[in-house]
Write a protein of this length. Structure first.
Length: 192
């Protein structure tokens, strides 16, 4: 069975730039490479699940998404933090051109991308996690059946400030200020 850390992309791995698609605009957040490397060393597979409605909106193409992911992985691989698989949702239910405008099963908070991962990995849900900077990320993780961590990078910090205590209890299993703290929480939970 595979222990997986499902990772949101924008705001979690890299700086949130509205509809990021140019490699030259990609900035990996501080500490992310080291945190991902640690998780890999402890036997986790790393799987990105990212909403890329910029495709539906006509801002960039699927080829641009693939190219960005290849570039991102070249940078991460230099630090021993290579992503094992990228999944993206190119759709949007309202803002979309042609076939991209649809209420799909892959856009988070739905779980289609997690299910697609089952074609590549034997997901051990009891030792797998979702990390992201929006509630749609943690909701997707919960819906799929894995523990979820909200990170305080990207949109996470501001979002967290506005939540009631009840929302904090229900929406995620932990709040971590960044990917370093999220990895620490995961590894402690795993007793690593
Ligand atoms: O890796 P993520 O965080 O799933 O990617 C989402 C962002 O690319 C994108 O999300 C939102 O766009 P949509 O509502 O899905 O159109 C906005 O917050 C954009 O500014 C983000 O870039
Ligand atoms: Mg995000
Ligand atoms: Zn989709």
């Amino acid at each position: 069975m595979d222990k997986i850390v499902f990772l949101d992309r924008d705001g979690t791995i890299n700086e949130e730039v509205e509809y990021l698609h140019r490699p030259s605009d990609l900035v990996i957040l501080p500490g992310v490479s080291a945190a991902l490397k640690r998780l890999k060393e402890q036997g986790f597979r790393l799987v990105v699940v990212t909403n890329q409605a910029g495709v539906a909106r006509g801002y960039y193409s699927e080829a641009d998404v693939d190219q960005l992911h290849q570039y991102m992985n070249r940078l991460l691989a230099e630090d021993g933090a290579e992503i094992d698989h990228f999944f993206y949702c190119p759709h949007h239910p309202v803002h979309g051109i042609g076939a991209y405008k649809k209420s799909c099963h892959c856009r988070k908070p739905d779980i289609g991308m997690f299910e697609m991962a089952e074609n590549y990995f034997q997901v051990d849900k009891s030792h797998s996690y979702m990390v992201g900077d929006k509630l749609l990320d943690t909701e997707a993780g919960h819906k799929y059946g894995v523990s979820s961590v909200l990170v305080g990078t990207g949109y996470g910090k501001e979002l967290y400030k506005g939540l009631t205590e009840e929302q904090k209890r229900e929406a995620f299993d932990a709040y971590a200020k960044d990917m370093t703290a999220a990895a620490e929480w995961i590894l402690q939970k795993e007793g690593a």
